[in-house]
Design a binder for this molecule. Structure first.
Ligand SMILES: *[C@@H]1O[C@H](CO)[C@@H](O)[C@H](O)[C@H]1NC(C)=O
Length: 286
């Protein structure tokens, strides 16, 4: 029966193609690529994110964590502003598939200081120093990330090029469409900031990243409550770099790959005052 024979041949060829496809597909995808000497091609990015309990926290952290899941060799350091670690953050991190470190420290705000995240970022830096001292591969990049900003994957590609400190534009911040270093002949010669332009480094936290090994070279480098508002960035950068040494990235600071978005504070109706009864939702994690 020639008809059946042809079908069998097709079947055999089909199976062969299937097996070949399976074989080529089963090679591991390179989550982490290595140089011949065993060090990672992509330096680890240590993202440091302070966070605090609020209604939109899980929504913000979900959006951010799912961006970060697309970044190669990423290690997320999340520091809760709380006395104890919360179940909400713990579960979110565990379910994320990310490499992470979960810390917590409660802010005890001093008078005249409105800066947020100081204690949390400093605790993360302390952890990082301990971690790097023990690590074989000390190569890495430190990036301070708010939990409600918007990050293009491109910003992570850029920061892996850093030698000491890299800078780039940040969208929608400081009352401007974009706040950015001004670059001429591949060097930063100024900034376009209008909010406190007299700051030594008038750039947002999202607009720079630092070579991680510098934190071992300069063990005293940390954030401070003693500086006026808007000076946290300058406070940390002064330990590592000068304006002339800044490395302009994102095509000589002509591209926006990160936005200082803010999640609006949601307004919730007081359900106890509503006429129609609603399902009790007190036990649902939102
Ligand atoms: C940045 O500018 C310098 C000097 O003009 C140039 O040599 C370099 O190629 C530029 N880099 C990028 C990525 O555009």
């Amino acid at each position: 029966m020639p008809f059946v024979n042809i079908k069998k041949q097709y079947l055999a060829i089909g199976m062969l193609v299937f097996v070949l496809l399976f074989f080529f597909n089963s090679k591991p995808t390179f989550q982490c690529q290595f140089n011949p000497d065993g060090t990672a091609v992509f330096p680890t990015i240590y993202g440091i994110t302070p966070t605090y309990a609020r209604l939109a926290q899980k929504a913000d952290l979900t959006r951010l964590s799912q961006t970060l899941m697309l970044v190669k060799n990423f290690h997320w350091i999340v520091i809760e502003d709380s006395e104890t670690k919360t179940k909400l953050v713990e579960n979110l991190l565990r379910e994320s598939t990310l490499k992470y470190t979960h810390l917590n420290v409660k802010t005890h705000k001093a008078k005249h200081s409105t800066a947020s995240g100081v204690e949390q970022r400093n605790m993360a830096l302390e952890w990082l120093r301990g971690h790097l001292k023990k690590a074989d591969d000390k190569k890495g990049v430190v990036y301070f990330m708010d939990d409600d900003n918007t990050y293009s994957l491109k910003v992570f590609d850029e920061m892996r090029k850093i030698h000491k400190v890299g800078v780039w534009p940040v969208g929608i911040v400081g009352g401007m469409r974009v706040e950015m270093p001004l670059v001429k002949d591949g060097k930063v010669h100024g900034y376009n900031a209008v909010w406190k332009p007299f700051r030594p480094f008038p750039i947002d936290m999202a607009g720079f990243a630092i070579n991680a090994s510098l934190f071992l070279d300069v063990p005293q480098a940390k954030f401070s409550r003693k500086v006026q508002s808007g000076f946290q960035e300058s406070e940390i950068l002064k330990y590592f770099t000068t304006k002339d040494e800044l490395e302009p990235l994102a095509e000589n600071c002509t591209k926006v790959y990160v936005w200082h978005t803010r999640t609006q504070k949601p307004s919730i109706l007081n359900t106890k005052k509503l006429k129609t009864p609603v399902t009790p939702d007190d036990n649902i994690e939102v």
